[in-house]
Design a protein around this ligand. Structure first.
Ligand code: HEC
Ligand code: HEC
Length: 159
């Protein structure tokens, strides 16, 4: 009988997550629609098609896509992106060549072709649209950090 309170506790704890009702759950993407109902899909937006290459937030950031990619086939049979971004296509397309890192295997050896781990471009490169961000972001790039006024020097070091 000593085990009864422990068991009761465990039982209560196991019920905890269930006590958050579906109506209370709020997700920035699906909005206030309860979990047991289907949220209406957001309207399709017009992606940025300005062709203006955006500056990167840090040196290793995959650049974002400044053009429409609607209808570009990208599956095991065909890679439409490479029809313009491949080394041999850039003269004709005037697109920037895929980065040299895209020819490297995971050991850092250079391959003759696009590395399979870089095949699905949209894993890393995404088109942009004028939308409200779903989550707040306080990211500052390194230049902003370096240009910030240094804090006043304090004689005593606080620990
Ligand atoms: C018809 C040719 C063409 C196709 C197909 C194409 N691109 Fe591009 N892409 C360009 C050109 C040209 C630019 C240079 C900027 C511009 O004119 O839009 C560019 C720019 C980019 C950039 C920006 C590079 C930078 O340094 O800022 C990325 C990323 C990119 N494309 C990714 C893709 C991906 C991913 C696909 C496939 C889903 C794709 N592109 C398909 C022609 C193409
Ligand atoms: C695993 C992530 C990843 C995938 C997949 C990927 N890229 Fe990239 N890409 C990057 C990163 C990170 C950079 C910037 C740093 C660098 O050069 O590696 C980049 C850079 C680029 C650049 C700019 C090159 C330059 O010199 O300015 C182009 C263009 C590009 N990628 C096109 C593509 C295309 C087209 C594909 C698909 C065939 C692709 N990438 C797949 C991560 C990726």
């Amino acid at each position: 009988m000593k085990k009864a309170p422990t068991l009761l506790c465990m039982l209560l704890l196991s019920q905890l997550p269930l006590s958050v009702s579906a109506a209370e759950f709020q997700d920035r993407m699906r909005g206030p629609t309860p979990l047991d109902q289907t949220a209406p899909p957001p309207p399709i937006v017009n992606p940025d098609n300005s062709d203006v290459r955006r500056s990167r937030n840090y040196a290793m950031q995959p650049p974002v896509v400044p053009h429409k990619i609607e209808g570009y086939q990208l599956d095991k049979n065909a890679n439409r992106c490479m029809m313009c971004h491949a080394r041999t296509r850039t003269q004709e397309s005037q697109a920037p060549m895929i980065s040299v890192t895209h020819f490297m295997d995971r050991e850092g050896n250079f391959l003759a072709e696009l590395s399979p781990r870089r095949y699905f471009c949209l894993q890393c490169h995404v088109p942009q649209a004028n939308l409200n961000p779903l989550v707040d972001n306080e990211f500052k790039d390194v230049d902003t950090m370096l240009n910030q006024a240094p804090p006043a020097p304090s004689p005593v070091r606080k620990k």
